[in-house]
Design a protein around this ligand. Structure first.
Ligand code: ZN
Length: 285
C-alpha cells in the first residue's frame, strides 16, 4: 500500500507550484513585451504593457473617433480636398456600394477626393478612404477605380493601421501612444496614412479581401488586375500607389490565380465612355 502522506504532500506541492508558475509567467510576459526600451522602472513597463493591450482591444467607436481626429489633421495640414460636387458624389456612390457589402459594415465610411496629380490612394482607421484626382484620371473605367477603393476599404476591414500603430508603439518604446496620449496617436496615424508603406502581408490580404468586395458589389473582378498592369506598364517613374505597395508582380500573380477566368470580365464598370463622362470635370482641367 502506498504511503498516504507522500501522495498528500505531492498534492500540496502541486497546489503550490502552479500558482507560483503562473506568477512567474505573468511577470516574464510583462517584462518581455516592452524590452526594447532600456533602463525604465518596472512599474512604468508594467503600465506600458497595460496600454498596449488597450490599443489592441480598442472598440469600433473609439477607432472611429480616433480616425476622425486623424482625418481632421490630414485635411487641415497635409492634403487639399477636391470640392467638385459631381466628382465627390460619384466617388462616394462607388464607395458606399462597396462598403455596404464589405466584411465590416458596423462602422460608417467616409470617401474623399484629394486634389493631387500623383497616382495614389490611402486609408486610415475608422472608415476614412482617400483617392487622389491623379488616380481617378489614370483609371480607364469605374471597375478600376472601384478596385483601388475596395483595396483601401480592405485595409480598414483588416484593421491594418491599428496593428501598425501598435507595432510602432512597441518598437519605439513609446507605448503611451496606446490610447492614453491621444496627440501622439493622432500624429502616428497621420504618418502611417501618408508615408508608411503597409507590409507585404497586409497588401496581399487587402488585395484578397478587396477583390471579394469588388466582385460582391457587382464589378468585373478583372478591373483590379488591369489597373495594376496598366501602372506597371506605364513606365517612367513608378506611381506612388505601387511604390508604397510593394511586390506588384507577385500581387498581380496572386490576383490572377484568385480570379476565375470565365467570369473575369463579368460585371459592371467596364464602360470607358461612361466613366469619362462621370469624371469630365477633372478632364477639363
Ligand atoms: Zn494597400
Amino acid at each position: 500500500m502506498l504511503n498516504p502522506f507522500s501522495s498528500l504532500s505531492r498534492h500540496y506541492r502541486r497546489l503550490l507550484v502552479y500558482p507560483l508558475l503562473s506568477v512567474f509567467m505573468a511577470v516574464s510576459l510583462v517584462v518581455a513585451t516592452p524590452q526594447v526600451s532600456q533602463g525604465i522602472p518596472l512599474f512604468e513597463i508594467f503600465l506600458r504593457g497595460i496600454q498596449i493591450i488597450q490599443l489592441s482591444s480598442i472598440s469600433d467607436n473609439q477607432e472611429v473617433q480616433l480616425g476622425k481626429q486623424i482625418n481632421q489633421q490630414l485635411v487641415r495640414r497635409e492634403i487639399r480636398l477636391n470640392r467638385n460636387e459631381q466628382i465627390n458624389r460619384y466617388v462616394e456612390q462607388i464607395g458606399e456600394q462597396l462598403a455596404k457589402v464589405s466584411e465590416r459594415t458596423e462602422i460608417p465610411y467616409t470617401f474623399q477626393v484629394v486634389d493631387n496629380d500623383s497616382v495614389n490612394a490611402f486609408a486610415t482607421m475608422g472608415g476614412f478612404v482617400y483617392v487622389n484626382t491623379g488616380l481617378i484620371k489614370e483609371a480607364d473605367n469605374e471597375a478600376e477605380l472601384a478596385s483601388v477603393m475596395a483595396h483601401e476599404i480592405a485595409h480598414i476591414v483588416g484593421r491594418h493601421a491599428l496593428n501598425q500603430m501598435k507595432q510602432m508603439a512597441i518598437a519605439n518604446g513609446v507605448a503611451a501612444v496606446a490610447g492614453l496620449d491621444r496627440n501622439v496617436a493622432i500624429q502616428l496615424g497621420v504618418e502611417l496614412a501618408l508615408r508608411r508603406p503597409n507590409s507585404r502581408k497586409d497588401e496581399l490580404e487587402a488585395d484578397r479581401i478587396g477583390l471579394e468586395n469588388l466582385t460582391q458589389a457587382g464589378y468585373a473582378p478583372y478591373g483590379m488586375v488591369s489597373f495594376m498592369e496598366k501602372l506597371l506598364k506605364s513606365g517612367g517613374s513608378v506611381p506612388e500607389f505601387l511604390s508604397t505597395h510593394p511586390a506588384t508582380p507577385q500581387r498581380i500573380n496572386a490576383l490572377e490565380q484568385a480570379i476565375n477566368p470565365n467570369t473575369a470580365y463579368v460585371g459592371d464598370g467596364l464602360d470607358e465612355i461612361a466613366y469619362q463622362n462621370q469624371i469630365r470635370p477633372l478632364l477639363r482641367k
